[in-house]
Design a protein around this ligand. Structure first.
Ligand SMILES: [Zn+2]
Length: 368
């Protein structure tokens, strides 16, 4: 049978092609040597396991306090002292193409306030480059956001157009970017959650807006920023975190009451009514829940039916429903109506947040 290749010109006019000799070592045992310590293994997997166990990969890391810095997309929006910057496993540090000692690196990172910067950490095995944006506002830039907020948002009906105006004004005046973003995201979230004020967002979008607000304000330690972070945590039923940030007034009381119920304690109502204590627009359910917590017991009993009615509404989230049920349980218990309290407790038996107190109330009533 003719080979197909017979018809093809081999390309060198039929001349012979020199085949290089491949050196062979017959019967040479195949082994796998660890290139770190020289130990020899009979198979690849054994060597891999050995390297994994005996020579852990030393990947350098950049941290602020105990938090790992993201390699991409990290924005530093507030200053950190040199001692907060930590470089682990780094034998060589380069900041913006310049070799620096770790001491110099910490000092330099604590002084940067704007622009994109590159930090490369190199260990024996590995090199990591961080692309970090510094956007640390000045006191004046922070104050500009608060001034625009006080003029355009406080004591005004909250509307989508008004938030847009607030953003425009604060931007024109070079207000602090992440502060402005955090505040306006929260306000858009309030409109989305309530489905009011000409919002084009859906109800479910509120949670993304709230979380974006908390993220943008993460490092800002200002009363307005802390209040927003407290409210977002309160909304998520993270009462412990909320209480730590709560400023005072109704927010502090509500956080304390619900954090107490979460940890299994009954909470007596305040002796006298407590005022709101802040002027940030808040979504209806959060506002009503907080207002309820700030009422003396007699008024709580009187207003409980209205609060409970809110729990049955279509737009009420599971987070809010469970808060209302826990408050109803607490009010009934404090008012001495244990049967009714046990009725609410049964609804909370499977709530991971309030089950401890709910179970105890059910048991107390059954054992009587
Ligand atoms: Zn080894």
């Amino acid at each position: 049978m003719a080979k197909i290749t017979d018809a093809v010109d081999p390309g060198n006019a039929g001349g012979s092609v020199l085949i290089p000799e491949i050196p062979t070592e017959p019967n040479r045992p195949v082994n796998f040597r660890c290139n770190k310590c020289g130990k020899v293994f009979t198979d690849r997997e054994a060597r891999r396991q050995h390297v994994f166990d005996q020579h852990p990969f030393k990947r350098p890391q950049l941290l602020i306090g105990s938090r790992m810095v993201k390699e991409r997309g990290e924005v530093i929006a507030s200053p950190f002292p040199p001692a907060d910057w930590v470089m682990q496993q780094a034998e060589r540090i380069v900041i913006d193409q310049q070799d620096v000692s770790s001491r110099q690196a910490c000092r330099r990172l604590s002084q940067l306030t704007s622009g994109f910067h590159e930090v490369t950490l190199t260990s024996a095995d590995y090199s990591v480059t961080y692309h970090i944006e510094f956007d640390i506002p000045t006191e004046a830039q922070l104050a500009k956001v608060e001034r625009a907020f006080n003029t355009l948002i406080v004591n005004q009906p909250l509307e989508s157009d008004r938030i847009a105006q607030f953003i425009t004004v604060a931007k024109q005046e070079d207000g602090a970017r992440y502060y402005l973003e955090g505040v306006s995201d929260f306000l858009y979230g309030v409109l989305a959650k309530d489905q009011r004020g000409g919002t084009s967002l859906g109800h479910d979008d509120y949670s993304a807006k709230y979380h974006a607000a908390r993220e943008a304000l993460r490092f800002l330690n200002r009363p307005l920023a802390n209040l927003i972070k407290a409210l977002v945590n309160f909304n998520d039923n993270a009462f412990n975190e909320a209480e730590a940030l709560a400023p005072g007034g109704q927010v502090a009381i509500a956080c304390r009451v619900l954090n107490g119920l979460r940890s299994g304690k009954h909470c007596p109502a305040p002796e006298t009514r407590v005022a709101s204590g802040h002027n940030l627009p808040v979504d209806t359910l959060t506002a009503e829940t907080m207002r309820f917590c700030s009422l003396p017991l007699a008024e709580q009993q009187e207003q409980l039916p209205q609060l409970v009615h809110l729990a049955s509404k279509r737009l009420t989230t599971d987070y809010d429903r469970v808060k209302i049920q826990a408050l109803a349980m607490n009010t009934c218990w404090e008012a001495g109506d244990q049967e009714l309290a046990a009725g609410w407790a049964k609804k909370l038996r499977h709530s991971p947040i309030f089950e401890a107190l709910a179970t105890r109330i059910i048991e107390d009533v059954e054992n009587e």
